[in-house]
Design a protein around this ligand. Structure first.
Ligand SMILES: Nc1ncnc2c1ncn2[C@@H]1O[C@H](COP(=O)(O)OP(=O)(O)O)[C@@H](O)[C@H]1O
Ligand SMILES: [Mg+2]
Length: 364
């Protein structure tokens, strides 16, 4: 899978940008404020329907416009290609098209353009709240287990219904049992998907990490969201009084956690910031690798500010790994020289970003 074309209107300072991406490795350099992060933001919007800065889309739309648009074309190894596009308005409305057809669910975009983002915030995969690791876990399972998305949506629905009932002064136990049973069914399915996924991811994670830092004893440990020795049905039954007091369901797939351990200790308590960054990168590389193996598809990597993210040695290691895995990459950097030197491939494309314009450059 290759993102071969991209057209951007009104994403931050990018008023109108049209790019052809003919190489796997695409390097973008330019001064601070030129529009490099905005370019990656546009591609992220196309792949996920949302900004990587948070839930608000307003700041992403150019100040002088009411809406922003991103179009792309994704080419497949088979020779077929698919156009996709998204328009988002300040008033919250949106239009998404894939292959010329309107699409309602944003998750459809992720199936066509799966991507991984490495930027200053990547470290929050480890240092941030459990939701960050759950999102990582769900991304992986979503892309390789066709049944996961429906089960996940159903679990959200069951939880919503169950929590409303729990907050009633007089609980309707028949209804509560019904939603609890449904939650057990989908919750246990989600657990099986996630458990299997982490079992496959773990060796790949260790392998990728061994290329980035000299340390052993790392593992990803999955916690399902309720006590491992009990079934979810028993846990919900035991919790019911406390859940009613709290007004929500404490245990279940919504509370799953992914712990990243080194010699049984939490990496966050042991490693330096730089090492944590490598661990987060190894998790993403492993995930992309597994996706390629199980989903037979490739992932696009977006890397913002390569030099500020990684020191020289790690830059080299990281670029080599990305290259060896044949991922398509869009990488930004302030200095041209600092981004061009780390690749063996001769098939590099270089672009200069300046005042919201992006122009292809000759490789010297
Ligand atoms: N909504 C917006 N409308 C217009 N310009 C914006 C908007 N948001 C940010 N900018 C401007 O876009 C420019 C490019 O930002 P950015 O892409 O982050 O630059 P960099 O090349 O340093 O990554 C900045 O100068 C910023 O002030
Ligand atoms: Mg930037």
């Amino acid at each position: 899978m290759t993102l071969s074309k991209i057209e951007i209107r009104n994403i931050r300072n990018l008023r109108s940008v049209s790019l052809k991406l003919t190489s796997n490795i695409n390097l973008f350099y330019g001064n601070n404020g030129s529009g490099k992060t905005s370019l990656l933001e546009a591609v992220h919007l196309l792949g996920l329907g949302r900004s990587f800065r948070g839930p608000r889309l307003g700041p992403v739309i150019n100040h002088a416009s009411d809406d922003c648009t991103v179009f792309g074309q994704v080419d497949h190894a088979s020779g077929s290609s698919r156009p996709l596009g998204i328009v988002r308005n300040r008033n919250g409305s949106r239009e998404v098209h894939i292959g010329g057809e309107p699409v309602r669910q944003l998750s459809e975009l992720a199936k066509v353009l799966p991507l991984q983002l490495i930027n200053t915030d990547s470290i929050q995969l480890l240092t941030g709240p459990p939701e960050n690791r759950r999102r990582f876990l769900n991304w992986g399972v979503f892309h390789v287990e066709p049944g996961f998305h429906e089960a996940w949506k159903m679990s959200q629905h069951c939880l919503k219904q169950r929590n409303v009932l729990l907050r009633d002064a007089k609980i309707d136990t028949t209804q509560l049992d019904l939603w609890s049973r449904e939650l057990v069914k989908v919750g246990e399915a989600i657990d099986r998907y996630r458990d299997g996924y982490i079992a496959s991811l773990n060796p790949l994670f260790q392998q990728q990490l061994s290329n980035l830092i000299e340390a052993e004893g790392f593992s990803l440990t999955y916690y399902r969201g309720w006590d491992g020795s009990s079934g979810l049905a028993d846990v919900l039954a035991t919790d019911v009084e406390m859940d009613a007091k709290r007004g929500y369901t404490l245990h279940g797939p919504q509370r799953a956690e992914l712990r990243v351990l080194v010699d049984e200790r939490d990496t966050v308590d042991v490693l330096s910031r730089g090492e944590l960054k490598m661990v987060a990168c190894a998790m993403m590389l492993a995930q992309a690798h597994l996706y390629e193996q199980l989903g037979s598809r490739d992932c696009l990597f977006l890397i913002d500010d390569l030099s500020s993210e990684l020191d020289v040695e790690h830059r080299k290691d990281m670029c080599r790994l990305l290259e060896e895995n044949h991922h398509q990459i869009l990488v930004t950097n302030v200095e041209r020289a600092d981004v061009a030197d780390y690749w063996d491939s001769t098939e590099l494309a270089m672009f200069h970003v300046e005042h919201g314009e992006i122009s292809p450059q000759e490789m010297r």
